[in-house]
Design a protein around this ligand. Structure first.
Ligand code: ZN
Length: 197
């Protein structure tokens, strides 16, 4: 389990970037919420941002599938985070795969200001392709945690969120009836000719 190094002293405050990634149903939002709540317990000021495209449940809350709730702010673009993240110790970013490429610079700048940045997002899309700015965020992070769901077909560790509805749209916000987590073996059986493009 990830154990953070929380410093109470503003003098010792050090910025850093942590990434929590994985397929849908892997528990990555739960892990983001766990870390944010622990920071709150440590009397740190926390703020969560998510892209306004993600309006599955609520306009202003980050809600994981098991209904854990922590208040968040939906933003249109990553640059807005820099304006809004004033007087905070920890910034959480949820559904980071949907953000514009500028999110990489934004996270770097926040960390430069001494802020701990915790980013959660899908590492790959429904065809197993690296998703949006996630590869760059994983590259610049001090710590990367890959969460895994369980393959609904064979019980192995899942790595991709297989889409059950027929659509080519990459951005299709998911619920249980639209996606299933599956492992590489089962994915290869479904798509024997799939080439990463
Ligand atoms: Zn499987």
């Amino acid at each position: 389990m990830f154990l953070e190094r929380i410093s109470q002293s503003p003098v010792q405050r050090r910025g850093c970037i942590e990434v929590i990634c994985g397929s849908m149903f892997s528990g990555k939002t739960e892990e983001l919420i766990r870390r944010m709540k622990r920071a709150q317990f440590a009397k740190q000021r926390v703020e969560i941002f998510k892209p306004s495209i993600d309006t599955r449940y609520s306009e202003s809350d980050v809600v994981s599938h098991d209904k854990n709730v922590i208040t968040s702010t939906p933003v249109e673009s990553s640059s807005t985070i820099l304006l809004l993240a004033q007087d905070v110790d920890v910034v959480g970013v949820d559904e980071a795969q949907f953000f514009d490429p500028g999110i990489v610079e934004v996270c770097t700048e926040l960390a430069r200001r001494g802020i701990r940045v915790i980013v959660a997002g899908l590492d790959v899309d429904f065809m197993g392709r690296p998703f949006g700015p996630m590869p760059q965020l994983m590259a610049i992070a001090e710590d990367v945690y890959k969460a895994h769901a369980i393959c609904v077909r064979c019980g192995s560790l899942a790595y991709v969120s297989h889409r059950l509805v027929d659509s080519d749209k990459r951005v299709l916000l998911g619920e249980k009836e639209e996606y299933e987590p599956i492992c590489r073996e089962c994915f290869n059986q479904l798509f024997p000719d799939n080439q990463l493009t």
